[in-house]
Design a protein around this ligand. Structure first.
Ligand SMILES: CC(C)(COP(=O)(O)OP(=O)(O)OC[C@H]1O[C@@H](n2cnc3c(N)ncnc32)[C@H](O)[C@@H]1OP(=O)(O)O)[C@@H](O)C(=O)NCCC(=O)NCCS
Length: 168
């Protein structure tokens, strides 16, 4: 069963109105209803220009993540990673993170950062992320800053004319 579920996970950028709505529904279910980190709505100003991603199993959206550039030097941020409670440990979260990293790298990104809830640090380390600095409080929960190098940090991947900075 587990193998079957992993095979069926589809991760894609939310382009249709239905996918965008499903993306927000997952975030709301997890960050508003389940965790209570946000009250009523977890949307903010970054949502306007962010790449919104969904993961679905058998046609049903069960996971979400968003990503956006922070500057023109290739620094990206990933956040709002969420998998619905009933769909966890089936191999949805890991592909969402890998997809976000690949998407930002393809866009020329050199480095992605994220604030990771303490219990998920091991999950991100397994995916190649490293701790950056000390943990801190964010919306009442302890978060660890983490980062990963993106494909745009490799000269071969840098689009023409793009200003990239190794080790930025
Ligand atoms: C964190 C989260 C996204 C993980 O999603 P998921 O779909 O359960 O993750 P996966 O099934 O892809 O996990 C991949 C592997 O990591 C393991 N794993 C999952 N969560 C883990 C954790 N918190 N710590 C350590 N390992 C973890 C899984 O068991 C699996 O191991 P396996 O490959 O040996 O079977 C999910 O638990 C979630 O949505 N949590 C609530 C919201 C949240 O905390 N978001 C992150 C904010 S930083």
């Amino acid at each position: 069963m587990e193998l079957c579920a992993r095979t069926l996970v589809e991760v894609r950028v939310a382009r249709s109105a239905a996918d965008v709505a499903a993306h927000h529904a997952v975030r709301e279910a997890v960050f508003v209803a389940e965790q209570g980190i946000f009250e009523g709505d977890d949307r903010d100003a970054w949502d306007e220009g962010a790449v919104k991603v969904v993961a679905s199993i058998a046609g049903r959206v069960v996971g979400a993540v968003r990503l956006y550039p922070l500057d023109e030097a290739g620094l990206w941020k990933g956040d709002r990673l969420a998998v619905l409670p009933g769909a966890r440990t089936l191999g949805v979260g890991a592909p969402l993170v890998r997809f976000a990293v690949a998407t930002a790298g393809e866009a020329g990104g050199t480095r992605m950062i994220a604030l990771i809830q303490k219990p998920n640090v091991a999950f991100f380390r397994r995916l190649g992320w490293s701790r950056q600095g000390e943990p801190g409080e964010f919306r009442g929960a302890t978060h660890q800053p983490m980062a990963i190098a993106l494909a745009g940090a490799q000269p071969a991947f840098a689009p023409e004319g793009y200003t990239w900075a190794l080790g930025a």
